[in-house]
Design a protein around this ligand. Structure first.
Ligand SMILES: Nc1ncnc2c1ncn2[C@@H]1O[C@H](COP(=O)(O)OP(=O)(O)OP(=O)(O)O)[C@@H](O)[C@H]1O
Ligand SMILES: CC(=O)N[C@H]1[C@@H]2OC[C@@H](O2)[C@@H](O)[C@@H]1O[C@H](C)C(=O)O
Length: 368
């Protein structure tokens, strides 16, 4: 089927859209993709919403206003792509993520976005709500991209590690027999963006200039590296704000702008290096996707701490900006086909688990 995948990630910088022809198990064709950046006011409001999300009721007018605005941006992204599709994969915007590992019914993950409104605006069916069935079953609800990574990497040498550096970092390790081990590595661009905004007023540390002009602070780094998340075995996943307290308590806030940025970039890389102990065997190489691969400070720090080759996904012909949107095209097809989205090795799901919901312009749909 022809799908359009849409992803608005934890960096809150905009929505990515990508056209994919797929049956959910194989990829026929990867088509055009684009990013529609959010305007500064929407970025600011979404960032405020993250801080409020733990206490905000679902009918809060500010929340509903943010939801309507991001839904409209997603519709604009689909229309700007200008291509027909049978199904849209609409991730929505995560504003809260608190899974309770192994505790069915206790966790919570919250993605805002109005699927019916999107179906109405685009005239296409929409698959959405990809994470809640997994969390309800006691899984982490994240990461979801590993099954897509496995499809994409079918012909590459294994074992292989695919790293996404978004607001949060996540890794997929694929074994020679196709086994998947996947989890969130730690904070990535999220704290760096917050730091850049506070110290330079920019949305992010462009080309890692600030970080490259500073030195990582050994004492702060040492305290951060003692965080129990890094040694905890997978499955595990993070909320965008999960490390904010640890960063404050480690004294990161007292560093100079340049040293703070260098410390955060090094911490992101060290958290990735710490992930390696959870792989059954080391990968042959690391392929890096997401906006963080454009940050030379992050890429240099990674090359400094990982013993294997670390390269952007473009070296194998993938598009590191479109990968997550493409994943939601494939995941949408899997929802339609009733195929599992999550697995014991990716989210800690008790067994391979289906998920997602289907919606048309007039409400819920039942697949043909
Ligand atoms: N030239 C650049 N220099 C430094 N950093 C960059 C550059 N380009 C992008 N980034 C970083 O990449 C981030 C966006 O990454 P990306 O779009 O992969 O995140 P996301 O998809 O929102 O997050 P997630 O994968 O966690 O959901 C920006 O916020 C910025 O920190
Ligand atoms: C809850 C949530 O939205 N998590 C995101 C976030 O951004 C990166 C990392 O944390 C990953 O676990 C996930 O996104 C990707 C698309 C995933 O689910 O695979």
């Amino acid at each position: 089927m022809r799908t359009i995948g849409l992803m608005s990630g934890t960096s809150l910088d905009g929505v990515d859209a990508a056209w994919v022809e797929t049956d959910g198990e194989r990829i026929g064709r990867l088509g055009p993709s684009l990013t529609l950046p959010y305007e500064p006011a929407l970025r600011r409001d979404l960032r405020r919403l993250l801080d409020m999300a733990g206490d905000v009721p679902a009918d809060d007018p500010f929340l509903l206003d943010c939801e309507a605005r991001i839904t409209e941006r997603h519709a604009e992204a689909v229309l700007k792509l200008g291509l027909q599709a049978d199904l849209i994969g609409f991730h929505g915007q995560t504003i809260l993520h608190r899974p309770r590992a192994g505790r069915p019914g206790e966790g919570r993950t919250w993605q805002i976005g109005d699927a019916t409104a999107l179906a109405r605006r685009t005239g296409m069916a929409v698959a959405h709500d990809f994470r809640s069935a997994d969390v309800a079953a006691g899984g982490q609800g994240a990461p979801l991209v590993p099954v897509f990574h496995a499809v994409l990497a079918a012909d590459l040498p294994k074992p292989l590690a695919i790293l996404n550096l978004g607001g949060v970092g996540n890794v997929t390790w694929i074994g020679e027999d196709g086994r998947l081990v996947a989890f969130d590595t730690g904070p990535a661009n999220g704290p760096l963006d917050d730091w850049a905004r506070r110290s330079t007023g920019e949305d992010y540390d462009r080309d890692g200039r600030l970080a490259l002009s500073g030195q990582p602070d050994g004492a702060v780094l040492g305290r951060l590296l003692a965080h129990p998340y890094l040694t905890a075995p997978p499955p595990k996943s993070l909320d965008r704000l999960d490390f904010d307290r640890a960063l404050r308590e480690a004294g990161a806030g007292e560093l100079s702008p340049a040293d703070g940025a260098a410390t955060l970039a090094t911490f992101c890389a060290c958290a990735v290096a710490a992930a390696e102990r959870h792989f059954p065997v080391p990968p042959k190489q690391w392929l890096v996707a997401g906006g963080g691969r454009r940050n030379p400070a992050l890429m240099r720090a990674l090359a400094g701490v990982l013993p294997e080759l670390v390269r952007p996904v473009e070296v194998v012909g993938w598009d590191g900006d479109a990968l997550e949107a493409q994943a939601f095209g494939v995941l949408a097809a899997r929802v339609w086909q009733g195929l599992p989205l999550t697995f014991p090795g990716t989210t800690g799901a008790p067994q391979p688990l289906r998920g997602g919901q289907l919606t048309g312009a007039n409400g819920p749909l039942v697949p043909a």
